[in-house]
Design a binder for this molecule. Structure first.
Ligand code: NDP
Length: 310
C-alpha cells in the first residue's frame, strides 16, 4: 500500500479540480480520482456562457480540460479510477479504488457530484442510448428535424425543451402537474416557442420502440385517459440525485441524500472529511458555485491539517 495520502479528492468536476488547484498550491500534494465521468456533468453540456472570465463562452469539455491542466501544473496527482468503498470510521481513512487498490488518506474532499434521475420504467432502461437520454445538449443533434419529448417542468426541462426546439421539428413537454415549476422567464421562453407543446397533467406510462430505437411514448393523463405520441427521442429532465451512496451510513445526509455540511463551511460530521459541489448543493448547481465550494473545501482541509500539526 502506498504511503498515506495527505489530501484525497474524489471527483473531477469544477469542485474537485478547484480543490485540487488550491490544495496543490498549498503543498498538500493532493491525489484526485476522476470517477466514472471524468470532468463531471459539464462535459455533457455544450457552451458555458455564464462562467466569469469567458466573455465569448467556452465548451464544457474545454473548461474541464483547462481546470485539469491548471491543477496538474501545480503538481496535483490526477488518477483514473473510481472509489468503490470508503471506511471513514477512523483516520487515516481507508479507501478502495476500483474494488482492488487500497489507499489511506489523512483527509478527504468529496466532490462526487450528482447524476440525472430516470423514471424507472423498464422500457426507459431498454432504450437508454437508443433514443432515451438525460442530456439534450449532448444528444439533441441526433434528432434533427424529428419529434421528441422532454419529461419535467423545472428550469432544466424548459432549457432542454427550448434547445431541442431549435433543432427538432416538434417538442412535447410532459409535465405531471397542471403548472411548470420553472422560473417565470424560462416558462415564457417555452410558451413563446411555437414548436413546443406542453402536455400538463401527463405521466409517461411506457416508452415505445423497436429494434431501431424509440418510436413513441404512451402517456397517461391524470383523468385516466391514455394518449400515444410519436417521437424519436425521449429526454429526461426530472432532476438529479447526489452521488453519496458510498457514504450513506457514515456521513449525515439530508432527506434527498445530499451531504450536510456545517453552515458556511465544507465540514461534514466527520473530522477531516469535507464536501464540495453538487454533492452537497441541491439549490444552485452551477459550475461557478461548485468551483467556489471546491476552494472552500481546500482551505478548510488545509486549516485542518495545519491544526493537527500544531
Ligand atoms: P427541479 O427539481 O427543479 O425540477 C424537476 C422537474 O421534474 C419538476 O417539474 C418535477 O415535477 C419533475 N419530476 C420529478 N420527478 C418526476 C417524475 N418521476 N415524473 C415526472 N416528472 C417528474 O430540477 P431541475 O433540474 O429542473 O432544476 C434543479 C435546480 O437547478 C433548480 O433550482 C433550478 O432552478 C436550477 N436550474 C437553473 C437553470 C438556470 O437558471 N438557467 C437551468 C437549470 C436548472 P414537480 O414540479 O411535479 O415536482
Amino acid at each position: 500500500m502506498e504511503e498515506t495520502i495527505k489530501c484525497l479528492i474524489i471527483g473531477s468536476g469544477p469542485a474537485g479540480y478547484t480543490a485540487a488547484i488550491y490544495t496543490s498550491r498549498a503543498n498538500l500534494r493532493p491525489v484526485l480520482y476522476e470517477g466514472i465521468e471524468p470532468g463531471g456533468q459539464l462535459t455533457t453540456t455544450t457552451d458555458v456562457e455564464n462562467f466569469p472570465g469567458y466573455p465569448d463562452g467556452v465548451s464544457g469539455q474545454q473548461m474541464m480540460a483547462d481546470m485539469r491542466r491548471q491543477a496538474e501544473r501545480f503538481g496535483a496527482d490526477i488518477r483514473i479510477g473510481t472509489v468503490t468503498s470508503a471506511d471513514l470510521s477512523s483516520r487515516p481513512f481507508h479507501v478502495v479504488i476500483d474494488g482492488t487498490t487500497q489507499i489511506k488518506a489523512e483527509t478527504l474532499i468529496i466532490a462526487t457530484g450528482a447524476s440525472a434521475k430516470y423514471l424507472g420504467l423498464p422500457s426507459e432502461t431498454k432504450f437508454r442510448g437508443m433514443g432515451v437520454s438525460a442530456c439534450a445538449t449532448c444528444d439533441g443533434f441526433f434528432y434533427r428535424k424529428k419529434d421528441v419529448a422532454v419529461v419535467g417542468g423545472g428550469d432544466t426541462a424548459c432549457e432542454e425543451a427550448t434547445y431541442l426546439a431549435s433543432i427538432c421539428r416538434k417538442v412535447y413537454m410532459i409535465v405531471r402537474k397542471p403548472h411548470l415549476r420553472a422560473s417565470k422567464a424560462m416558462q415564457e421562453r417555452v410558451f413563446n416557442t411555437t414548436n413546443i407543446e406542453v402536455m400538463f397533467n401527463h405521466n409517461t406510462a411506457e416508452v415505445l420502440g423497436d429494434e431501431s430505437g424509440v418510436t413513441g411514448a404512451l402517456l397517461r393523463c391524470n383523468d385516466g385517459k391514455e394518449v400515444k405520441i410519436d417521437i424519436a427521442g425521449f429526454f429526461l429532465a426530472i432532476g438529479h440525485h447526489p452521488n453519496t451512496e458510498l457514504f450513506a451510513d457514515q456521513l449525515t445526509l439530508d432527506a434527498e441524500g445530499y451531504i450536510k455540511t456545517e453552515a458556511g463551511t465544507s465540514k461534514t460530521n466527520i473530522e477531516g472529511v469535507f464536501a464540495a459541489g453538487d454533492v452537497r448543493d441541491p439549490h444552485y448547481r452551477q459550475a461557478i458555485t461548485a468551483a467556489a465550494s471546491g476552494c472552500i473545501a481546500a482551505i478548510d482541509c488545509e486549516r485542518f491539517i495545519l491544526s493537527r500539526a500544531e
